[in-house]
Every structure is written in structure tokens, then in C-alpha cells.
Design a protein. Structure first.
Length: 155
């Protein structure tokens, strides 16, 4: 029996905390040399266009930019063979709704989550959570981190 190859649509996605800010949802292609475009290109352009550069870094790696954006309240997805999700400490209704409305874009079999919790990034991936459905965990974390829930709890 032939094995089917599943093609992953590589993307860089940034969901801002406010509805009036621009979303980045860029499909990554190939450069003029046939090399795969890196996540750092669109993330860096987004940060520059919105005045969110990191002092002291001229060309930071994609994971540094994604962690910095999530520290500022942005929800970031670096989609490749694994959907690496960078979650801020608090999720807004707008960010949660976007995720639920765009599940077809962000849902993948392999998921890794870097979640900002009490100013520290916690990592959830197939190695430290081997028997968990990490996409389901992501959906649960969306609800747990929801801004309205945190306000009601007095946080």
C-alpha cells in the first residue's frame, strides 16, 4: 500500500490582543534561491511595521520574536511540521474567537505550546506531555487564560 505524503502549509500567524490591530497570516513560500522562507521574515516585518522591535537585536531568531510578542499580549503561531504556539499570559475574547473560527488553519497533529505563566514560559510538547492531545490542551488553555475569566477571578 502506498504511503500518502501530507503537505503542511507553513505559516506565520500573529493575533493581536486588540481587534483594531492588523493580523499577520502569512503563508511561507520559497525565496529566489529555492530555499524555504523562514518564519523570522514575516515576524520581523510585522514587528517593524508596528513599532515592536526588540532593542539590541537587529535580526533576532523567530522564536525570540514570537516569545517577545507573546510577552506583549500577542498570540503567535509558527506553523511548520509542528504548530508551535506562543501564548500570552492573558487571552482576549477576540484572540479566542479567531482561533475557534480558524481551526482549519491552526489545527495540526503535532503541536508544541510555549505558554507565558506568571512571567515564565512553560513548555508543553510531545516529550514532556507524551500521552496528551496537545491541540485539545491548547483549546483548554484558551478558556483558562481568557481575559474575562481572569477579571472575574480578581486577577
Amino acid at each position: 500500500m502506498e504511503e500518502l505524503e501530507i503537505t503542511v502549509v507553513r505559516r506565520a500567524i500573529v493575533i493581536p490582543p486588540k481587534t483594531d490591530e492588523e493580523i499577520l497570516n502569512k503563508t511561507l513560500g520559497f525565496d529566489e534561491y529555492g530555499e524555504e522562507e523562514r518564519h523570522s521574515g514575516p515576524l520581523g516585518k510585522y514587528m517593524k511595521d508596528h513599532g515592536l522591535e526588540i532593542d539590541g537585536y537587529k535580526y533576532p531568531p523567530a522564536y525570540v520574536m514570537a516569545k517577545y510578542l507573546s510577552y506583549l499580549g500577542y498570540l503567535v503561531f509558527n506553523i511548520d511540521e509542528t504548530n508551535t504556539i506562543f501564548m500570552p499570559e492573558v487571552i482576549t475574547d477576540w484572540q479566542r474567537d479567531w482561533c475557534l473560527d480558524n481551526e482549519d488553519i491552526i489545527r495540526q497533529e503535532k503541536v508544541a505550546i510555549l505558554s507565558l505563566e506568571s512571567k515564565v514560559f512553560m513548555s508543553y510538547d510531545e516529550y514532556n506531555c507524551p500521552n496528551e492531545d496537545l491541540y485539545l490542551k491548547f483549546l483548554q488553555m484558551l478558556d483558562k487564560k481568557l481575559e474575562t475569566n481572569n477579571i472575574k477571578k480578581g486577577r
